[in-house]
Design a protein around this ligand. Structure first.
Ligand code: CTP
Length: 211
């Protein structure tokens, strides 16, 4: 089975207020569809997105980064997961405390204290249950050498087999300029593609890592 994380996470301050980011979830969902088209059994663990479940693909919906990690861990315990692809834009931090209900503006705390969220893909890679772990790195491609170096160090730090370096322009766009980086090989420029085409190319690359 292939496990794919997708979308943003929401980190709640109280029952109605949260912070999040602009991830649409389109990359993760496109990857799931492309993998399913190649006959893979796919489960998506997604933060809140405005996308329907793709045909024939199980989508588990979560809200926070911690919930995303818990849902993924459970799947690794219960099912034979071979590949984990982390396309989610997990919030790096969450508020230290969550208030109940909706405090009025005069009642709530005014200074936001943040704590670090768990790193979902690094935690899953450290478990060593799945065979292949692939992450994404969103960096400005203006200085390509620096971006490649940052992506490579992310790959090593998180214990990944490969990382997809994306230009920051990909965030709210239907297209993405991406590079494929593995621990050993030279980086491969995949070009500027729409997300379904990039997803198909990535599924090929991930499948090749398996053989
Ligand atoms: N990721 C994750 N859990 C997190 C943060 C990131 O699983 N808490 C995953 C993302 O899904 C992506 C990869 O890690 O595959 C890179 O995320 P990114 O936010 O670019 O890296 P960071 O570790 O946050 O590094 P920095 O913000 O310092 O660039």
């Amino acid at each position: 089975m292939w496990l794919i994380t997708a979308g943003p996470t929401r980190e709640h301050l109280d029952d109605v207020r949260f912070f999040s980011n602009a991830s649409s979830g389109r990359m993760g969902f496109a990857l799931a569809s492309a993998a399913a088209q190649r006959g893979r059994d796919v489960t998506v663990v997604s933060g809140p997105v405005d996308l329907p479940d793709p045909d024939g693909i199980e989508v588990l919906r979560v809200v926070s980064g911690q919930e995303m990690l818990d849902a993924c861990r459970l799947l690794l315990e219960e099912r034979p997961v071979e590949v984990v692809i982390a396309a989610a834009a997990v919030c790096d931090h969450r508020p230290r405390q969550r208030a109940d209900g909706k405090p009025a503006k005069g009642e709530g705390v005014r200074t936001l204290e943040l704590v670090e969220n768990p790193d979902v893909i690094a935690s899953l890679a450290a478990l060593g249950v799945a065979r292949t772990h692939v992450g994404f790195a969103l960096e400005s491609l203006k200085d390509r050498a620096a971006a490649l170096q940052r992506a490579r160090s992310k790959l090593t730090r998180k214990g990944l087999d490969a990382i997809v370096l994306n230009g920051i322009e990909a965030m709210e766009s239907s297209r993405s300029h991406a590079m494929w980086i593995t621990a050993s090989g030279e980086p491969v420029d995949l070009g500027d593609l729409d997300k379904p085409a990039l997803a198909a190319a990535l599924v090929e690359r991930v499948s090749a890592l398996q053989s």
